[in-house]
Design a protein around this ligand. Structure first.
Ligand code: ZN
Ligand code: ZN
Length: 131
C-alpha cells in the first residue's frame, strides 16, 4: 500500500505537473498523498500556493540533478528513471547538440513547457492581500 508522505494514511499518486499540463510519468513528478492531502482544501488541487510550491521544489530537484549543461538520452534514462522511448518523443522538438540535449530544455519540457519562479508565489500572496 502506498502511504501519504504527510500523514501516512493510504495514498494515491499525485502528478506534480499534471498530465493535462504536459506532466510525465517518472518518479520526480510523483507525490504520494492521501485523499485529504491530495484533493482536500489543503491539497495541491485546491491550494494554488501548495501546487506552486510542489512545482518549484520539483524544478529545483531537476536543476540540481541535471547540473551539467548537456545530457544524452541514456544518461537521462538512468538519472530520471524515465522511459526512453517516451523521453525521446518528448525531446524531439529540441535541438540535439553533439554533447546531448541542453539541460535547460530538458527541465523546461519536464515541467510542462513552463519555467516556474519564486515570483509566482509572491504574486499569489499579493493577490491574497489585495483581495
Ligand atoms: Zn495525508
Ligand atoms: Zn493529483
Amino acid at each position: 500500500m502506498l502511504r501519504c508522505e504527510i500523514c501516512g494514511k493510504q495514498a494515491d499518486k499525485h502528478h506534480i505537473v499534471y498530465r493535462c499540463q504536459g506532466g510525465v510519468d517518472f518518479p520526480l513528478n510523483f507525490r504520494y498523498l492521501c485523499s485529504e492531502h491530495h484533493r482536500g482544501k489543503n491539497g495541491p488541487h485546491k491550494s494554488r500556493k501548495l501546487d506552486l510550491e510542489y512545482k518549484l521544489e520539483m524544478q529545483k530537484s531537476l536543476e540540481n540533478l541535471l547540473y551539467k549543461d548537456y545530457y544524452n538520452l541514456d544518461e537521462l534514462v538512468g538519472l530520471l528513471e524515465i522511459n526512453k522511448g517516451m523521453l525521446k518523443r518528448l525531446l524531439k522538438e529540441y535541438k540535439l547538440y553533439k554533447e546531448g540535449y541542453r539541460s535547460s530544455d530538458i527541465v523546461y519540457r519536464l515541467m510542462g513547457k513552463k519555467r516556474y519562479t519564486e515570483d509566482m508565489l509572491e504574486e499569489y500572496y499579493d493577490f491574497i492581500v489585495n483581495f
